[in-house]
Design a protein around this ligand. Structure first.
Ligand SMILES: O=C(O)COP(=O)(O)O
Ligand SMILES: [Mg+2]
Length: 232
């Protein structure tokens, strides 16, 4: 099958990979150091999407707040723990790898734009044996301060680094959909990720409930989007 898009970009956490167990463990390690009770994975899941610092700030707020002066130490504890336990519970969502492999087989170039640190994202993909599937990985720190999603910079850089052409972006959070839209791309939201709000309110051009639906959805989006990247 020929590819409807030259490039497809994916968010990582909550889209390709269920990282909630390992992120929750890292949050709880930092909370324990702060003398706080642990949160459930479900509670931490609602805090993922805006990067590790944002996640920890919410976790500390939810368990009693935190002095500015103490935050840095807790943040370092979280990052240190996560860096050593990236892939204990983390697994791809059902059908995610097959969908990426099918895109690649059809000639589509595939990359990741995540708000995770680039170093964590590449090490995690490597640990799961998935690094060869992604031509480019852009992290929350790759583009510089203030330029992570929902800013479009990472998505635009991905398209450029992959040689340009018709592109679509797939994600689970409002940050992803806003970044994709601001970059002028059609967006697909997954309904099984770390949703902070009902998937229907994200403003995506399409929603999938399983990766089996990605290929037909991209074909449909491709037919309704002009080559210039705007609705036809
Ligand atoms: O680390 C996060 O908070 C989010 O990462 P994501 O952009 O891959 O969802
Ligand atoms: Mg995500």
């Amino acid at each position: 099958m020929t590819s409807p898009f030259a490039i497809v970009g994916f968010d990582l956490d909550g889209t390709l990979l269920d990282t909630s167990g390992d992120l929750a463990a890292a949050v709880n390690h930092a909370l324990a150091g702060a003398g706080r009770p642990a949160l459930t994975t479900g509670q931490v899941t609602t805090m993922i999407g805006g990067g590790a610092k944002h996640m920890l700030a919410q976790a500390l707020d939810a368990t009693g707040g935190c002095d500015e002066s103490e935050f840095r130490g807790h943040y370092k504890a979280l990052l240190g723990y996560y860096g050593n336990h990236l892939a204990v519970h983390t697994r791809p969502y059902p059908g995610a790898i097959a969908a990426v492999e099918a895109l690649r087989a059809s000639g589509t170039r595939v990359g990741v734009v995540t708000n995770k640190f680039e170093g964590f994202a590449t090490r995690l993909l490597d640990a799961l044996g998935l690094a060869p599937l992604f031509d480019v990985v852009i992290g929350g720190d790759t583009m510089g301060p203030g330029r992570s999603k929902p800013a479009p910079d990472g998505v635009l850089a991905l398209v450029e680094r992959l040689g340009g052409g018709r592109a679509a972006f797939v994600g689970d959070s409002i940050y992803d959909i806003q970044a994709g839209k601001a970059a002028g791309l059609p967006t697909v939201a997954v309904s099984f990720g770390f949703l902070l709000q009902p998937v229907g309110t994200l403003g995506a051009d399409a929603v999938i409930d399983h990766f089996d639906q990605l290929s037909p959805v991209l074909a449909r989006l491709s037919a309704t989007w002009s080559a210039g990247g705007a609705p036809a």
